[in-house]
Design a protein around this ligand. Structure first.
Ligand code: ATP
Length: 394
């Protein structure tokens, strides 16, 4: 602010808005600085960047810009009014004063602004009682149609509740329950669901958000086969920490694991990156089976075969579902790094003709090495040659 405020002098009125105001009032750090400008935000961004010796990146499609200068990063947007022509669709927007910009927001705690210009510096603009709600721990929508206009707010509401340790007021909760039951979420595109759902699932307090989502039947409103299991999501978060899995993807896989066939089209509709989608589906499909197949005395070669090629999310969800930790930790710490000291070239050099038998011989040798039956290059080579000859003969 010490850098920003002087640089805003003489420019159209600017306000700190959204999460940064909420977090500042809670005495918490905020990573994002969102600045709303009553005027041309892109032009203000350019001037700011010039004055601060930084740079402005313009996002033309949205009429917004990001300014980076020294220690400051701020997103600037023109204050605007929004109109929802169709529930769930993106709103039609037009420039409007601050009051309109605040009334279009999701919850009272996110609908406050702090003046950054001239004699308004430091003034709190709080027309919807956000500060009181923040102090009493209430997540409250600004109007009755809020969840219908934008049903992604259902996911945002439980996320803020969990993260901030707050609770919806009775009316907001009733509106949320009704919107979910009336199929409001069906009007929203998959990618918009994805963005909010992944934000929710990546929260440290995601299990508690899922618990309220389940209670309000937001989970089954996303898809009838979807069932939030907060305890499982919490266990998957621990599993993710142990295996290096992405916590959000592991949590998503727990939602899908009870009915992967029914839910695959829904996962597709989220349009995750391909690797992410593959990880979620692999974890959802394979983790339950691992709980059974890793029980008891399982040779290391079998552990290796079962887990090789699985993303860490599969291991995290398997742990969450109760798979024994021993073999999974052994795989991560040790088995997955085991390599043969001989290669196919060594077999060819020993006179084995090129054929699929070479690959199978190396596989078999690796299995025996994992189970501690061969050690060292000479033994590996002798075994691989023996297997390859046998395979060839067969
Ligand atoms: P955080 O990033 O900490 O989750 P944030 O409040 O900064 O919180 P963003 O998603 O970055 O969250 O949104 C910034 C602000 O934009 C919000 O505080 C809110 O005022 C407004 N906003 C975001 N999404 C919506 C929405 N779906 N409906 C209405 N207002 C929204």
């Amino acid at each position: 602010m010490a850098e920003l405020l002087p640089a805003l002098r003489g420019l159209p009125p600017a306000y700190l808005v959204g999460g940064a105001v909420r977090d500042m009032l809670r005495g918490a750090e905020s990573v994002d600085l969102d600045i709303a400008v009553e005027g041309d935000a892109v032009a203000v961004a350019r001037t700011l960047a010039e004055r601060l010796g930084g740079e402005a990146r313009e996002h033309e499609r949205f009429g917004t810009a990001t300014v980076r200068a020294g220690g400051v990063t701020a997103d600037l947007a023109t204050t605007r009014r929004e109109r929802y022509e169709r529930p769930g669709a993106l709103p039609v927007v037009e420039p409007a004063p601050l009051a309109d910009d605040l009334v279009r927001r999701d919850f009272t705690i996110n609908a406050m602004a702090v003046g950054l210009s001239e004699d308004d510096v430091g003034e709190l603009h709080d027309p919807h009682g956000g500060r009181t709600d923040l102090e009493s721990g209430v997540v409250r929508v600004l109007h009755e149609r809020s969840f219908i206009d934008d049903p992604t707010r259902l996911l945002r509401a439980v996320r803020y509740e969990a993260r901030l340790g707050m609770r919806m007021d009775a009316r907001t909760e009733e509106l949320a329950r009704t919107a979910a039951a009336d199929g409001a979420l069906e009007t929203v595109s998959g990618p918009r669901i994805r963005d909010e759902l992944m934000d929710l699932l990546r929260e440290l307090e995601a299990p508690s958000a899922l618990e309220h989502a389940r209670e309000l039947e937001i989970d089954s409103a996303l898809h009838p086969s979807l069932a939030a299991e907060p305890e499982l999501a919490a266990a998957a978060a621990l599993g993710a920490a142990e295996t290096g899995a992405d916590r959000g993807l592991a949590a998503l896989a727990t939602l899908v694991a009870r009915a992967p066939d029914e839910l695959e089209p829904w996962v597709e509709s989220l349009a995750l990156a391909r690797a992410e989608r593959d990880a979620v589906m692999a974890a959802a499909r394979h983790a339950p089976g691992l709980v059974r197949s890793l029980q008891g005395e399982v040779p290391d070669s079998v552990v290796h075969t079962l887990l090789r090629g699985e993303p860490p999310e599969t291991l995290a969800v398997a742990l969450a579902l109760g798979a024994p930790g021993g073999p999974i930790h052994r795989y991560l710490a040790d088995l997955r790094g085991v390599r043969l000291e001989v290669t196919g070239d060594d077999l060819l050099a020993a006179g084995i003709p090129p054929s699929p038998a070479v690959g199978r011989a190396l596989e078999e040798t690796l299995r025996r090495k994992l189970d501690g039956e061969v050690g060292g290059r000479d033994e590996e080579l002798a075994l691989a040659i023996e297997v390859a000859r046998r395979e060839e003969g067969g």
